[in-house]
Design a binder for this molecule. Sequence first.
Ligand code: XMP
Ligand code: MG
Length: 186
Amino acid sequence: MKNIIKEILLTEDQITARIKELGRMITEDYKGKNLMLVGILKGAVIFMAELAKNIDMPVLMDFMAVSSYGKSSTSTGIVRIVKDLDCSVEDKDILIVEDIIDTGLTLSYLTDNLKKRRAKSVKIVTLLDKPERRKTEVPVDYIGFKIPDEFVVGYGLDYAEQYRNLPYVAALKEGVYSSKTDNVVF
Ligand code: XMP
Ligand code: MG
């Protein structure tokens, strides 16, 4: 596993500490509100579980899965809802939980989509942000870490569905993800 990793960008301790801070901020900001976390499958699962444990108030938790067609590491910008929410968002204060914001296209689409369904408010929390890659303006309310433009895995993030369970965030070696086959090259 280690030979595909160039460098650990964020250790488990750094991530845990930052999520505690985010949890405290969110608890403060959502006092008296009807908070519903909407996790974006599958990348946000580990972050959302850890974040939810650090929010000290009742929260609803639901999930959506979106796809940008295929398993490729490059975002096409075409967003398709693969799994929709089970609960209604009407009159709820929605906090979209994402693993990473890259071009911003996914979140821009999702924010509009949830607003149209009459959510009371729609905000975004992301574990990671790659600001250099942004193609569209998206207001991101809570950011765990800004990272450089590198393809990362771990803490929920995958390459070809692998490495989500790494407890840290790591950059892949160059050449690993440039393969057009979508298979990891060892
Ligand atoms: P956009 O470009 O719409 O895309 O902001 C966000 C989605 O792109 C995926 N993504 C990554 N996944 N390592 C990953 O494992 C990365 O470095 C990376 N960059 C973008 C991810 O699915 C995210 O939800
Ligand atoms: Mg992904």
